[in-house]
Design a protein around this ligand. Structure first.
Ligand code: NAD
Length: 260
């Protein structure tokens, strides 16, 4: 279904971004992947994705906190793979701290990676997307684009920002066959989250099941994680023709978190 479509997924060496890359590969897309990690592991990911998609897959190690580097990456992708049809902004980091102690460098990095990088990638692709008359931009936001939690000021500010950017670009591109949407998961069991469970259980003297239910998923009425595969499936649906009228939305996948 995505044969001959070129997709860039930022932050796709791990977690949700990698899940989306795998889904797109299964649909035959040409892929630009990005993110940090072990060189051999990333090479393995590229090989796996290209075998699945039977289409070109290239890795771009660009630091998504660096606007000039992003602009250069976007030009290189257009030259090496062709015009981008599908842009998924998924790169993200987190830092948890009370505002009085929040380090300036952490604030700046979160705003740069979780928000400003999407300005750079989007600005670079929209012109060509308009002239081609079909495109999808999907921003992986968060339940934190709609609701706050204490000690996550930069993350919540960046995610509320990406929700606003999504709506704005949707309006600017609405007559050009382009849809722009945010997908907002609650807690997803990415490697980062799962690694914390045993240590938290030990520190609190509770079972791993209790950590999941009473600590991690306290905000999530279903008490179940959102899966990477379900997020990827929703992103893939937004690429279908049947989703052409869905633009400017923020799709919650949070087990009821933001219904409260
Ligand atoms: P993850 O840590 O598994 O993946 C993050 C990806 O971003 C990795 O590929 C990493 O290398 C990349 N990245 C980080 N800093 C980068 C930089 N400076 N330049 C380039 N790449 C960089 O995390 P995840 O849980 O898959 O998160 C992906 C997105 O989903 C993020 O935007 C996050 O805010 C959002 N999200 C995650 C959850 C969750 O519970 N895991 C919930 C809602 C939203």
């Amino acid at each position: 279904m995505l044969k001959n479509k070129v997709a860039l997924i930022t932050g796709s060496t791990s977690g949700i971004g990698l899940g989306i890359a795998r889904k797109f590969a299964s649909m035959g897309a040409t892929l630009a992947i990005n993110g940090f990690g072990d060189v051999d592991e990333i090479q393995g990911i590229v090989t796996e994705l290209s075998q699945t998609s039977n289409a070109p897959v290239k890795y771009y190690p660009t630091d998504m906190s660096d606007g000039d580097a992003i602009d250069a990456m976007m030009a290189t992708i257009a030259t090496e793979l062709g015009a981008i049809d599908i842009l998924v902004n998924s790169a993200g980091i987190q830092h948890v701290s009370p505002i009085e102690e929040f380090p300036t460098d952490k604030w700046n990095a979160i705003i740069a990676i979780n928000l400003t990088s999407s300005f750079h990638t989007t600005r670079a692709v929209v012109g060509a997307m308009k002239s081609r008359g079909w495109a999808r931009i999907i921003n992986i936001a968060s339940a934190h684009s709609l609701a706050a939690s204490p000690y996550k000021s930069a993350y919540v500010a960046a995610k509320h920002g990406i929700a606003g950017l999504t709506k704005t670009i949707a309006l600017e591109t609405a007559e050009h066959g382009i849809t722009v949407n945010a997908v907002s998961p609650g807690y997803v069991l990415t490697p980062l989250v799962s690694a914390q469970i045993p240590a938290t259980a030990q520190a609190r003297g509770i079972t791993e099941e209790e950590v999941v239910r009473d600590v991690l998923l306290a905000a999530q009425p279903t008490k179940e994680f959102i899966t990477i595969q379900d997020v990827a499936h929703t992103v893939a649906f937004l690429c279908e023709d049947a989703a052409k009228g869905i633009t400017g939305t923020n799709i919650s996948m949070d087990g009821g978190w933001t219904a409260k």
